[in-house]
Design a protein around this ligand. Sequence first.
Ligand code: SF4
Length: 344
Amino acid sequence: MNAVKQPIKFVHKLCDWYRANRRDLPFRENPDPYRILVSELMLQQTQMDTVIPYYMRFIEQFPNVASLAAASPESVLKAWEGLGYYRRARYLHQTAQTIMHKHNGVFPKTVSALKQLPGIGNYTAGAIASIAFNLPVPAVDGNVIRVMSRVLAEDCDFSQRKNVQQLEVLLEQLIQHDRPSDFTQALMELGALVCQKKPRCERCPVNAHCLAYANNEMMRYPHMPAKAQKTKLSYYVFLIGNSEQGYVFQKRPEDGLLAGLLQLPQYAGPFQTACKLLEEDLGISIVKTESLFLVHHVFTHIIWDMQVIHTIITDDASLTLHTLDNLPGTLSKAHRKILERLEK
Ligand code: SF4
């Protein structure tokens, strides 16, 4: 891996720029490890503008580790509702409980202990250690990879852990030259505000150190290997009920994709098999079905194609119907889309 030109100057220019230009973000007001953890997990798959109101509400409802650890899983998922990728909320809840039960309510301060907590990997451990504890530990996320691959004119494949590790070693040396907390946030902030996909190099505080800029090859980095094709899965989704009285919902299994969330009854085809499974699971008899519309939902690695079927059944008083206002849990975003489409 290439070296940074004049590394000490690079670090000071970067950190000075950060201190003068950083955004006032709510989790920067009081960078305690709990707040950094909540913000970092929320930001992992979600844009900053979307995260901020969720973060504010979450911290108001669960202001510290103890309050989150004592909450019910349902109330944590409810507070997360709409952010998607609910595994993050489960990990956050489990981490709070682990800190209360195993660490007497005190966040561990070493990277190796942080990485033992549920859902905390190299990046999140580095972010907490450097931002909250001011320890010289790097945190490499997509923003940092974009900035550093350009500064170094490095076109290796950063989806490979060994290349990220090399970058971590280099950043570990750089971070020693200023406040670790500022250095980590400065790299992230530069990636978010200046070294964006289309970089604004003329206003970049470290353009004199940037090899990609010197060679006018900024768009060549970071090297992006071709993404694997997403797997398409097709389902039938059965609408039993109506918008006034509500619909029948099922709870998904406690592990796997969308674990424990609510959904409308959903089965893979062929259609006759899906109908039979629905009848067996709910103990009902289908009288009539009508195909309504198709809804797509894209996950990280898969796409769901959901054919929505309006379903009339023989009267069955044992079925409980719920509207969106009185759901007994958190509805998956994929199926919320279906109900929103019905309301249009
Ligand atoms: S000079 Fe341009 S490409 Fe280089 S770090 Fe700055 S913004 Fe990014």
